[in-house]
Design a binder for this molecule. Structure first.
Ligand SMILES: [Fe+2]
Ligand SMILES: [Fe+2]
Length: 148
């Protein structure tokens, strides 16, 4: 699906997170240049949470805040995304504490993350593209580029 340039950077970033989900799954195949041990995979996840997923979530949240201030059109989908971001952040904190069932917990996390990204890719971004005005798209692009 062709992405509007305003949304394309977020969409491209999903690739990294999808690969992360793949390696965290139970019985995951080995991926070139990516960790293969449980310890290494967790370390990679925690690093990505700081450098990649956290900033990505915050960019999406700035966009949702802006849109919710303007219209109720995106609210149901935005509420779902806020909720899933919360679940993902909580799951990372829980993984950081460690557990006796870490392999299963990593697999659960992978399903959660993958489901979230699939929803954004297959439904949310398409819906945005179909409903945002030119002015809103420009604002989305601006908010997207302000990382922090
Ligand atoms: Fe998200
Ligand atoms: Fe996303």
């Amino acid at each position: 699906m062709k992405r509007d340039p305003a949304i394309a950077p977020l969409s491209r970033e999903h690739h990294t997170s999808l690969i992360l989900a793949q390696i965290l799954k139970k019985n995951a195949p080995e991926y070139k240049d990516l960790p293969v041990t449980t310890e290494g995979k967790l370390k990679y996840l925690f690093e990505l949470m700081e450098t990649h997923l956290g900033p990505h979530f915050r960019a999406e949240e700035r966009i949702m805040e802006y849109l919710d201030d303007r219209t109720d059109l995106f609210k149901p989908m935005n509420d779902r995304i806020y909720h899933e971001h919360k679940l993902i952040r909580e799951a990372v904190l829980s993984l950081q504490k460690g557990s006796a069932t870490i392999i299963d917990d990593m697999d659960d996390f992978a399903q959660l993350l993958e489901g979230h990204i699939r929803f954004e890719e297959r439904e949310y971004f398409q819906y945005l593209q179909d409903h945002l005005s030119e002015e809103e798209l420009q604002m989305v692009a601006k908010l997207e580029s302000q990382r922090g």
